[in-house]
Design a protein around this ligand. Structure first.
Ligand SMILES: Nc1ncnc2c1ncn2[C@@H]1O[C@H](COP(=O)(O)OP(=O)(O)OP(=O)(O)O)[C@@H](O)[C@H]1O
Ligand SMILES: [Mg+2]
Length: 250
């Protein structure tokens, strides 16, 4: 495995009872790369994310994240990995800044430090005015931003997102994706994200993997910055991916 490889799955199999969710998956993600997993429901995308996170264990094959098996050494990845989910999972009794600093406090950072860093991140996700508000006082898009601030505040090497933008309205989701992509690129984070929306994948990813059932790799597309910005190129990629996913326009 090269030094620039952050995630490596080799010949990974995962079944749930008799059901094969992941069949013989090989996957490598380099440091600083943003990879999108797309595919129809049940293809195995979240299962692959869970294998990378170390919340489930492969039946066969090897999973390596930052040099360690994430399942066997869950604790060693503490602070290196950040996760954001479809729902924001904020604690309702904590304000935005108290939610954003949570990961830092769990890592043992001093309270004053944690507060300062959390406020910086709220600023970066454009929530400077909302630090003292409780989740119920925030819109869905603002809550999702707090969740991203919390994830990024621990300065993780790896950010995993599973449908983190999908519940937001189109405009909010587009702004948040743009801000998030910019932060990921600016800070050189490695990111793997799951999305149902092909256009989101084209906009955010350096590489798109289309997964068929069993998390089998149906198509791999590299997206160069110039392609992303060229409407015709983006449309061509969109059509290719949609066709691979089964012809359905997404
Ligand atoms: N804990 C589990 N027990 C049994 N079956 C499971 C479990 N987790 C996932 N599966 C099955 O594995 C398959 C892949 O599930 P997974 O959640 O990875 O799909 P997905 O691609 O994320 O789908 P979606 O787009 O709907 O989120 C599905 O058929 C699902 O029913
Ligand atoms: Mg899923």
């Amino acid at each position: 495995m090269s030094a620039s490889t952050l995630i490596e799955l080799k010949r990974v199999h995962k079944r749930f009872n008799d059901f094969v969710a992941v069949e013989d998956l090989d996957l490598a993600v380099s440091v600083g790369e943003t990879v999108a997993l797309v595919g129809r429901t049940g293809a195995g995308k979240s299962t692959v994310m869970n294998l990378i996170m170390g919340t489930i264990r492969a039946d066969r094959g090897t999973v390596t994240v930052a040099g360690a098996d994430p399942y066997a050494s869950f604790a060693s990845l503490k602070g290196k990995l950040a996760v954001s989910f479809q729902t924001d999972r904020l604690l309702p009794w904590r304000t935005a800044v108290e939610n954003a600093e949570l990961g830092l406090l769990l890592l043992g950072r001093k309270a004053t430090d944690a507060r300062r860093v959390a406020l910086e991140w709220l600023d970066r996700v454009k929530l400077q005015g909302a630090a003292a508000k409780y989740p119920h006082e925030l819109s869905g898009g603002m809550r999702q931003r707090v969740s991203l601030a919390r994830a990024l505040a621990v300065d993780p090497a790896l950010v995993l997102l599973d449908e983190s933008f999908s519940q937001l309205d189109h405009v909010t989701s587009a702004t948040l994706r743009r801000d998030f992509s910019q932060i990921v690129r600016q800070y050189g984070k490695t990111c793997v994200f799951v999305t149902h929306r092909i256009d989101d994948a084209i906009e955010m990813a350096d590489r798109i993997l289309v997964l068929a059932p069993g998390a089998r790799l149906a198509l791999e597309v590299k997206v160069a910055p110039a392609q992303r910005e060229d409407a015709d190129e983006a449309a061509r990629l969109h059509a290719l991916i949609a066709q691979t996913m089964g012809g359905e326009e997404q």
